[in-house]
Design a protein around this ligand. Sequence first.
Ligand code: PPE
Length: 305
Amino acid sequence: MVEKAKFIWFGGKFIPWEQAQVHVLTHTLHYGLGVFEGIRAYHCHDGRTAVFRLKEHIQRLFDSGHVMMIDIPFQKDEIEAACCEILRLNGQKEAYIRPLVFLGEGVMGIHPKGCPIQVAIISWVWGAYLGDEGLRRGIRVKTSSFTRHHVNIMMTKTKTVGNYVNSIMAKLEAVHAGYDEALLLDTAGYVCEASGENIFIVKDGIIKTPPLTSILPGITRDCVITLAQDMGLTVKEERFSRDELYLADEVFLTGTAAEITPVREVDGRLIGPGRPGPVTQKIQEVYFGVVKGQNDRYQHWLTYI
Ligand code: PPE
């Protein structure tokens, strides 16, 4: 359960957590059209709090709105400011921030014309998304029987509310089968992304991740590509099949919530020796240093509050 905080930003104002309610006629509740973001803020080594890659997340929120034809009734800088202010008001040194844009009540039927566009920002304390042990020792992943969205069925580059039903189906199936996370293949059968993370493999020192064709352009994915290249590693954005995944030396998932989570097993096959490999561990270590402000080279990714 999400631990209650004091305030939620709703339509431009901070209101008490319990009062952030919506009507059952809320259009998004019926039809799934809405867009959102997930951002983390970290308690830095110097005692300050920094929101990680705030501008990029808010840009992606507005990009999602643009694609889905939802005209967000606020400026980007107003949303950015509210994402910082909510942490101060809630007294959170470290938190997950969820901006959500949805269609409110007033109109029924598929055509959303005239629906009020509502915006909320919620912040809560969220630990390791796939468990502390998963972060340390790696998780077990199952290839889903559900395919990731075709690019003409859903807008895969957006964080649209309805897109996540596909993720939920895959996740339920994987957890029901005793796994930690689901991996989805694209409509051509190649490795695509996990239910809420992008995927990377390492083979003979070379890193590979699927191209942006039909995946969410993950901000953590972008960080990993940059960090790995800056470490002198080769990164290829190239599609690959699931047997290439089974044969990888290392596999890891990336996401704001999941951070850098090693994968130790896929579909009953151990990855390498079945524990996090050296490249994954190095990237994980550097990533946690960066988000906590310990690395001067990437200070531009941090917004201190
Ligand atoms: N793919 C999907 C489908 C996805 O949902 C996410 C984020 C990513 C890739 C990674 O994107 P980024 O966070 O920019 O690196 N998933 C969010 C889901 C969390 C949730 O369960 O809710 C997240 O990590 O915040």
